[in-house]
Ligand binder design. Structure first.
Ligand code: MN3
Length: 203
């Protein structure tokens, strides 16, 4: 069975990006609900309870029909949020030369990278996520997924290993930014844990 992870920083630690109330509701209520619903969905399936989260969401097509949608939405929600908390940093970080060189290789320069990420995030209609993934060739790509889908799932067509991700659901930003998704994206860069992003690419 799955548990809600404890955050490694207090709810007000990211205030330059997002307010403490949003963080608390997002973690305890939204993420908490995904965990509860995922556990409820698999509780009667002994063979599924021993699987890792990655195994579950990586083979949604093989799940019993009656729980496919629930595991896709709530297993995805659990994975995405657990990932998101880890790539945020309570202290302001700048990307290392190593990481900048990598981003330059695929996006010309850091500003271009941020621009492409923003454009794709703004183009996503409704709720979902924007990701930077390392694809099967080792190349970086910026992709979006709807709802709680992610690039690890067998039911999406943009597969790869996420090294960065941004929650684009209104619940992630509405209290402070209301309809201004663009402002939320701009502030995100002040809160990224670039050490973690680099680690995810190289390890
Ligand atoms: Mn969320």
């Amino acid at each position: 069975m799955f548990n809600l992870p404890t955050l490694k920083y207090p709810y007000d630690a990211l205030d330059r990006f997002i307010d403490a109330l949003t963080m608390e509701l997002h973690h305890t209520k939204h993420h908490g609900t995904y965990v509860n619903n995922l556990n409820l969905a698999i509780q009667d399936y002994e063979d599924l309870k021993s699987k890792s989260l990655e195994d579950l969401i990586g083979s949604i097509n093989n799940l019993p029909e009656e729980i496919k949608v629930t595991v896709r939405n709530n297993g995805g929600g659990h994975w995405n949020h657990s990932f998101f908390w880890e790539i945020l940093s309570p202290s302001v970080q700048t990307p290392s030369d190593n990481l900048i060189n990598l981003l330059n290789k695929y996006f010309q320069n850091f500003d271009n990278f941020k621009q492409e990420f923003k454009q794709k995030s703004l183009k996503l209609f409704g709720s979902g996520w924007c990701w930077v993934i390392k694809n099967s060739k080792g190349d970086l790509e910026i992709v979006t997924t709807s709802n709680q889908d992610n690039p690890l799932m067998d039911v999406v067509n943009v597969n790869g290993k996420p090294i960065l991700g941004l929650d684009l659901w209104e619940h992630a930003y509405y209290l402070r930014y209301q309809n201004r998704r663009a402002d939320y994206i701009d502030k995100f860069w002040d809160a990224v844990n670039w050490d973690r992003v680099e680690d995810l690419y190289f390890n």
